[in-house]
Design a protein around this ligand. Structure first.
Ligand code: SF4
Length: 862
């Protein structure tokens, strides 16, 4: 329901000005609906956000040739600030961020009509800002430019000669002095300026606490969904810090509104979030900016592959398979960076037919004009558009309505880049591209869409609007009133005296009280909610809603079940192994223990992640390397006494030579010499620590190293390579396993032992009756032993067996064989039978680095 007075004024030609675009849009909708009930035809009501109205007025004067200065866009003004800051040599590296801060301070001062010379200076940063502001103003004056903060003043001069009209200020909570002065002057020039507020709705507002913010968001999403399903409209949710909370609340709403599996029940289109995403967050724009990297002298292979397989390129569908195959080839190359020329040379003559469209694109790009010379901003904007067009952007598929709008957004983005022309500078390709990227990340873009029943809004956008149902979240005392944060470039005391926003607690309280009151009158049903904890910290309700009555505890509404019958089918059984497939190794059991589905995918489906070729050593390669070095080492020295007798200098020289020799076999030829030296040093330290430790042990002889053994378990044959077997002075045997990663003794126990190596070695050598087994941890921090023994060995880290089985009974050394036979036998049986359930041993910890999560869809299972 809109005020009759306002509608009458609008019908008489008055202009209605609102503080925000959202309010302008919603008011225009309501006025039109009201008028549609009474009249058949009417002229479009003039309702506009303040900024848009001022710009439209300026545009009208400009068209008539009445203006004698040029108005900068926001982006141009920011670029001017960047230029001023960069020229000031003030030592700030983040020029772009600094320019934004300076611009905010400038806007504040202009709005409060404070002359730069009148600033109170408290510190060096404020003094620097004062200098920048002076330079900025001089810069504008010398070029006959003004920015948006100077627009009201410039308009007053032009409007003085114009016949007055009626202006209605609608829903303003406070007017900054500059705008107050502007409308005062208009009044004295014969304009009628009226102030109107929305009609208050009488509502019984209530407050509702929740344990956490997540619970609060889930409750509000369910509440909104329930109202939607009842056919209700004009449901609003207010989130005070919407910019920060956007992704969180969006994901809760999406999950809740898409809760049902039946596609007909999916209701994401029922809600919208007022805070627009930036242009860069739209895949089409992100792709276009990525495409432009191809114009750089070189780009990474990974980026090139992403461009090649992007669905927004020419031939993306026709050449889909050939391009994927080409990327597989690229992944086998060690090169990190490539040029356009190299990229073309990678397409072999026999591939020309299947990659003809892409090779044409590459040739056209190579023949394009020289991109290494500096050009003007406008010229780069044209080049960027032509380059993406050569690559076939936005692709071959038909665009949907949002994508059509995003393509228009791309052209707006380029025209904004062209407006940087104002600096008169010529810049490099890299600089222009980086500016384009930054611009895209800054420009909010909201495609037009039908009005949704549920709107998620910020506080300022909601205040002044009328709804049927309203829920205001985040009403804890820490967040509402907003915390004070005076601008660092203006003296805090000065800001307080001037009553600038966010400068004093008192000021914020007064403002928040007004907004809260207005929100309370914005709907028939109003709920204010707040979380009671955040990061284990207790929160209090905001003092502004403390007196409200408590709403009844929130009950999760029952949602209608989808009208389709769903059948659950657990598909966790693969075919059993054929007789000739019943063989494996330690990793068969390790993978089966870790997750049966992982073992099935990796060992039976042979699924592999196609990784990029890397010139750096991978963890597995490092492990193999150390094993190889230690094998050669102990084949030479054979026992501890020979090792101890060896001269220290000779030992070290031998070690260095051995490392060099083995390293050369595995390290990539393209690896830089410096990397090779660092790796060599690292290995040398690990091995020196390990040898020093071996010297401190009781005397021993190495009886086997990297020995192959076979063991039959439940009808499967496992082939193992035992890292090492040592013999003590009393002929007792010790099984040793080398590890370069983390290891815990706990990994040997349980129904699915996570590290079955030592248990399997133990079973394979049972006839030799080993008396101890341990892992030698080879780590650049320190070398350690971790293991168990039948008798005390006086070897730090190797302790007497002290382990309980699942029934709480203590295990003896003699029971180890039975214990591990049973458990490893069960794993072998499960693998043979094709048991492939999605059952990660340690839940999400096991899945963290697993490459099969999209294959097993573990998230759906959890
Ligand atoms: S992601 Fe987790 S559940 Fe899926 S296969 Fe890997 S370990 Fe198993």
């Amino acid at each position: 329901m809109v005020r009759k007075e306002l509608v009458d004024l609008l019908l008489k030609g008055a202009v209605c000005i609102t503080p925000t675009r959202t309010l302008a849009r919603s008011l225009a909708r309501q006025v039109n609906l009201d008028l549609a009930k009474k009249q058949k035809a009417w002229s479009t009501p003039k309702i506009s956000a303040l900024d848009d109205w001022l710009l439209a007025l300026w545009g009208a004067f400009e068209t008539k040739g009445k203006t004698c200065v040029e108005l900068l866009t926001l982006q141009q003004a920011l670029l001017c600030w960047q230029t001023v800051i960069a020229q000031s040599k003030s030592g700030f590296f983040e020029v772009r961020a600094m320019a934004k801060m300076a611009w905010q301070a400038w806007v504040q001062l202009q709005q409060w009509q404070v002359a730069i010379g009148d600033l109170v200076i408290d510190n060096a940063d404020q003094a620097t800002f004062q200098q920048w502001a002076t330079h900025y103003q001089t810069w504008l004056n010398s070029r006959k430019l003004i920015d948006s903060t100077q627009l009201p003043k410039a308009l007053l001069a032009l409007m003085a000669a114009r016949q007055g009209g009626v202006v209605v200020l609608y829903g303003f909570e406070r007017l900054v002095p500059l705008i107050d002065h502007f409308f005062d002057k208009l009044s004295s020039n014969g304009w009628a300026v009226k102030q109107l507020d929305p009609l208050p709705k009488s509502a019984q507002a209530q407050k509702m606490p929740f344990k956490t913010q997540l619970e609060e968001y889930q409750a509000v999403a369910r509440w909104a969904q329930k109202l939607c399903l009842q056919g209700q409209t004009q449901i609003a949710i207010v989130v005070p810090d919407l910019a920060k909370q956007r992704s969180k609340i969006a994901s809760v709403f999406k999950d809740t509104f898409d809760l049902s599996f039946a596609p007909t029940m999916r209701k994401s289109a029922d809600f919208s979030i007022s805070l627009a995403l930036s242009l860069a967050q739209y895949p089409l724009i992100e792709a276009a900016i990525m495409f432009l990297k191809i114009g750089m002298p070189t780009l990474s292979l990974v980026e090139y592959a992403a461009i090649l397989t992007s669905c927004f390129t020419k031939g993306s569908q026709t050449e889909q398979f050939a391009r994927v195959a080409h990327v597989c080839f690229l992944k086998s190359l060690p090169k990190e960076m490539i040029s356009l020329k190299t990229a073309l040379s990678f397409i072999k003559p026999e591939q020309e037919a299947t990659l003809s469209l892409w090779s044409k694109v590459l040739k056209a790009l190579l023949n394009y004009e020289d991109l290494t010379v500096a050009k003007t901003w406008a010229k780069w904007a044209t080049c960027f558009n032509e380059l993406v067009a050569i690559m076939g952007w936005p692709g071959e598929r038909p665009l949907d309505s949002i994508e059509e709008q995003v393509v228009k957004g791309w052209h707006t983005l380029l025209s904004m880049l062209a407006q940087y022309e104002i600096t008169g500078a010529k810049v490099s390709y890299a600089k222009a591209l980086s500016a384009l990227k930054a611009l895209a990340a800054e420009i909010p873009f909201e495609p037009e869409h039908p009005v949704t029943p549920v709107q998620i809004l910020g506080v300022l956008e909601a205040a002044g609007q009328q709804f049927n149902h309203l829920w205001v979240t985040g009403m804890q005392s820490e967040a509402w009133p907003l915390p004070i944060c005076p601008h660092p470039f203006i003296s805090a005391a000065f800001q307080r005296i001037q009553k600038m926003p966010h400068a004093s607690a008192e000021q914020e309280r007064i403002y928040a009280r007004k907004i809260t009151k207005r929100l309370m009158q914005s709907a028939k049903e109003v709920i204010f909610s707040y979380p009671l904890t955040q990061d284990e910290k207790r929160l209090e309700v905001s003092g502004l809603i403390k007196e409200l009555p408590l709403a009844p505890p929130f009950k999760k509404p029952a949602l209608p079940l989808p009208k389709v019958s769903l059948e659950t089918f657990y598909d966790d059984k693969a075919p059993a192994l054929a007789e000739n497939e019943k063989h494996g190794n330690v990793s068969t059991l390790a993978l089966q223990a870790m997750c049966p589905f992982k073992a099935f995918s990796q060992l039976r489906l042979k699924a592999v992640r196609w990784d990029w070729q890397d010139i750096w050593l991978q963890p597995a390669q490092r492990g193999i390397l150390l094993h190889a070095i230690l094998e050669s080492f102990w084949r030479k020295f054979k026992d501890q006494s020979t090792l101890k007798q060896c001269d220290e200098k000779a030992l070290n020289a031998y070690l260095e030579k051995l490392i060099e020799q083995k390293l050369l076999k595995v390290i990539h030829e393209a690896a830089p010499t410096l990397y090779r030296q660092v790796e060599k040093k690292r290995l040398y330290k690990i091995l020196q620590d390990c040898i020093a430790k071996e010297k401190q042990r009781a005397p021993f002889v190495v009886v086997a190293t990297e020995t192959e053994k076979k063991i039959a378990l439940e009808g499967m044959v496992f082939t193992l390579r035992l890292d090492r077997i040592d013999k003590g002075a009393d002929n007792s045997l010790f099984l040793i396993d080398y590890k370069t990663g983390k290891f815990k003794m706990a990994n040997l126990w349980g129904m699915r032992p996570k590290a079955p190596q030592l248990p399997l070695y133990y079973l394979a050598t049972a006839t030799l009756a080993p008396c101890a087994l341990w892992v030698t941890l080879l780590d650049s921090q320190s070398c350690q032993y971790v293991g168990i023994s039948a008798n005390a060995l006086a070897l730090p880290g190797v302790d007497l067996l002290d382990q309980l089985d699942e029934d709480g009974k203590r295990l003896s050394w003699d029971q180890l064989h039975g214990y591990w036979s049973l458990r490893l036998g069960a794993l072998a049986r499960a693998f043979q039978r094709g048991e492939a359930s999605v059952s990660p041993l340690e839940g999400s910890r096991t899945c963290q680095y697993c490459q099969f999560s999209s294959l097993c869809r573990v998230k759906e299972h959890i």
